[in-house]
Ligand binder design. Structure first.
Ligand code: ZN
Length: 188
């Protein structure tokens, strides 16, 4: 359909919570296609609707590698219903060009959502796979949460943002994650 502009960190709407989808209408189908077109054009692994300026609860993920067929997964009104374990994840985001930093994530998640046809499904992603981490990253976008809010090292993250001329880290938004931290320290 169309490759859309990806909003960059600093854009206020990236911090706004998104609204539930009430009906998987033509408008939502068009949005899903735009998300996929935009994600593939940018070689992304995932993209959430607020990143293209639509504050609705929709995101797409494709973790297939270059020599595999495309495998887009569409999540509408997703909810993470189970989470466990902890893993450090080096992440980037299409809204943060070139900037990568280590963030704390759950190792295993179970998510329920509607697919592009409005059909409910449940998906389990284990062992800190790219899929498990991407689900958490994209799901956060729907609540105005960004990956840097989960950063492991505040100073390292601040330096990375500065290096790529992105706005400063908002320290008030850092998420306290005692459980994850304890688990990660155990693993050391
Ligand atoms: Zn992102």
């Amino acid at each position: 359909m169309a490759i859309r502009k990806v909003l960059k960190y600093g854009e206020p709407s990236l911090r706004e919570p998104s609204k539930e989808v009430h009906k998987v209408s033509r408008k939502i189908s068009d949005l899903v296609r735009d998300l996929l077109d935009t994600m593939y054009a940018q070689n992304g692994v995932g993209l959430a609707a607020p990143q293209i300026g639509e504050n609705v609860r929709v995101f797409v993920i494709d973790v297939s590698t270059n020599n595999e067929p495309l495998n887009p997964i569409v999540f509408i009104n997703p909810k993470i219903i189970k989470k466990s374990g902890a893993i450090l994840s080096n992440e980037g985001c299409l809204s943060f060009p070139e900037a990568y930093t280590d963030v704390k994530r759950y190792k295993n998640v179970m998510v329920k959502a509607l697919n592009e046809h409005g059909k409910p499904f449940v998906m389990e992603a284990k062992d800190g796979t790219l899929l498990a981490r991407a689900i958490q990253h994209e799901n956060d976008h729907l609540d105005g949460i960004l990956f840097i809010d989960h950063c492991m090292n505040r100073f390292e993250t601040e330096a990375v943002l500065q290096k790529y001329n992105l706005p400063d880290l908002d320290v008030d938004r850092l998420i306290e994650e005692k459980e994850l931290e304890e688990e990660l320290n155990k693993n050391d």
